[in-house]
Design a protein around this ligand. Sequence first.
Ligand code: GLN
Length: 489
Amino acid sequence: MDQSNLTSATAADLANFLDQGSCSSIEITHAFIERVKTVDDRVHAFLHLDEDDMLAQANASDQRRAKGETLGSLDGIPVGMKDVISVEGQPLTAASKILENYISPYDATVTRNLKEAGMVIGGRLNLDEFAMGSSTENSAYGPTRNPWNLDCVPGGSSGGSSAAVAAREVPLSLGSDTGGSIRQPASLCGVVGMKPTYGMVSRYGLAAFASSLDQIGPFAQTVEDAALLLEVICGHDPMDSTSFPTEVPRYSSEIQSPISPCKLGLPAEFFGPGMDDEVRKSIEDAIKFYESKGFEIVQVSLPCTDLSIPVYYVIATAEASSNLARYDGIRYTSRSLKAENAIDVYSKSRGEGLGEEVKRRCILGAYALSSGYYDAYYLRAQKTRTLIRKDFEKVFEQVDAVLTPTSPTPAFKFGEKSDDPISMYLSDVYTISTNLAGLPGISIPCGFSDSGLPIGMQLIGRAFEESHLLSIAQVFDQEHGFGRQAPTL
Ligand code: GLN
């Protein structure tokens, strides 16, 4: 089969090709590796790719298949990994200089799940250092470019994961989402990205940013592919005490059965000023589409929305300052050669190894947690977080899902926001409250701007109701399939 037919196919298509015997996992894997070699000097989604290892995994998959021992529907399909998810024996840099030489000694639980499903674990994908950012400009190894317009950012922090799927360098990838880092880059790159409910996916083996918010989730061209990957990575894990003991539904088959139209809420607070006109127009078209399918559109209110960014930047920085204390020049990391005593080892190693944004967050977080300020900042932020969650609980008494834009604007240009942290923080204004409330959220491509940049719509659902959320998303996606369109590179 022609290589471009393979790299443009969805994961579901590739799985069919494999089942029908029309190609092998080796051929698929080879096609994607070649694609990376052709386009990644422009896109720079990859920080590392071990070709031989991928082909060995593909070969093992083909041998299983020949014996009739395939491990699942995604056996033999490649998947890219955000460079914060541990894969035994592979580098994990978190796009930071401080972890330049670190090799993971064990597999993250999601990695083990992928291996048990027979998937071909692909390269390491770029991000904002330690997942802090919204543009991938904070990577110590240079930014990723948006495949739709190489002068624009791919979003962040999982910009490598979204750009790699958009550029057809991988059919599927994993990212992590603490305040929008899967959904916002998915939106800016025109692919599907989903943050599951907090507790649905194990965080064991994920380099922690803000542990009460972080979740791993899938990127794909279609909702169906996202469902296929999600069902592989979800599930209870005794190694993560916040992972929830629940059965994992077969999302990919559940979304095939038609759902009866339900109620979608439009929160007034998400539709105010600050939203780009073309984004507004695409979202309005999506709303009309759902109405035409019999869905009831209900105006709702999430009154604490305005507080979500300030609350997030207290809680996330507080947790980050604690989580990142482990990168101390003694364990994991490179050590400053200029250190003359023990204190120097800590301060110089961190000073040299961590980037500006990461330092800013560690300093802010340590301040918010410090004695005398704890009650005024951290405690108050936690209380406000509860109010944000309660807002959603009330809204979900009225509606089945909330529909919003994913990001206020399409992809922006490099440098446009990098000198102004606040304006960068505001690009997550629609995604952050979902993390604070622990809810599942998905971004689905819903159109293009006049200049050809993708626009994304977000659907937020009730906790642990991924299946219903995916089914609602599928209604839109199977009719429009904007994520099937690929940029010309
Ligand atoms: N952009 C947000 C931040 O900078 C969210 C990051 C994320 O979800 N990892 O913190």
